[in-house]
Design a protein around this ligand. Structure first.
Ligand SMILES: [Zn+2]
Ligand SMILES: [Zn+2]
Length: 218
């Protein structure tokens, strides 16, 4: 067990109370932090700036996150650099001979996506390192469950212990039962019953079905 696995366990435990997959929550949180590092500090960090420049910016998802972020000056400094390079691409297109057909080279992958893919794999490795532990399994059983995309990812990397699968089943069965209860209360006969713990069950179910982190690819 590495110190990184222990750190991952501490974060996993903290996110288990969230209504979403704890791995997705960890990745989403790291995503915001990474974006800040790339743009706020990256504005003055030549290496990170080069990564963004070589990618000609960020992917549509991380670009949207940056537009919604509060640090307008960092977003502007990064944008200025990228726009300068986009204009250079345009220069190249203009100057190139008409034949063979001139094209703009494909940029490198979005650097935040690259970092998040790496982090996602590290978190999955941490979960696999702990998944045979009874206390860890209890955490999973009491959570709203690891999402289906992450579970499929974990299952593709190792033989999951029976105790871990049982814990995951408890979590998913609870979410499913809550959704059924939510639907039952929508029936005219039971509409007078006030909403309780099941009020957000449909949202939790969709966290399970699709996950909630954009950068998780199966
Ligand atoms: Zn997930
Ligand atoms: Zn991205």
């Amino acid at each position: 067990m590495t110190s990184r696995d222990t750190r991952i366990l501490a974060d996993f435990r903290a996110y288990c109370t969230n209504p979403e997959c704890p791995i997705c929550a960890m990745v989403s949180h790291a995503e915001v932090r990474t974006l800040q590092v790339f743009c706020a500090e990256g504005a003055g960090d030549e290496l990170r700036r080069a990564d963004i420049r070589n990618a000609r910016g960020l992917c549509v998802h991380h670009g949207a996150m940056l537009r919604d972020a509060r640090d307008a000056l960092a977003a502007a400094v990064t944008a200025l650099d990228v726009m300068t390079n986009l204009l250079r691409d345009l220069d190249g297109l203009e100057r190139a001979p008409r034949w063979p057909k001139p094209r703009i080279n494909r940029p490198k992958q979005c650097p935040v996506c690259t970092e998040m893919t790496r982090y996602n794999l590290a978190v999955c490795a941490g979960v696999l390192a702990w998944c045979d532990d009874a206390q860890f399994q209890m955490l999973v059983a009491q959570s709203h469950g690891i999402c289906a995309p992450h579970l499929r990812m974990l299952a593709s990397q190792a033989v999951l212990p029976a105790g871990f699968i049982a814990a995951q089943r408890m979590a998913w069965e609870r979410v499913r039962a809550d959704v059924a209860e939510y639907i039952r209360k929508r029936d005219d006969r039971f509409r007078h019953e006030p909403d309780a713990y099941e009020a957000d069950a449909w949202r939790r179910a969709w966290f399970v079905i699709s996950g909630s982190s954009y950068t998780v690819h199966e």
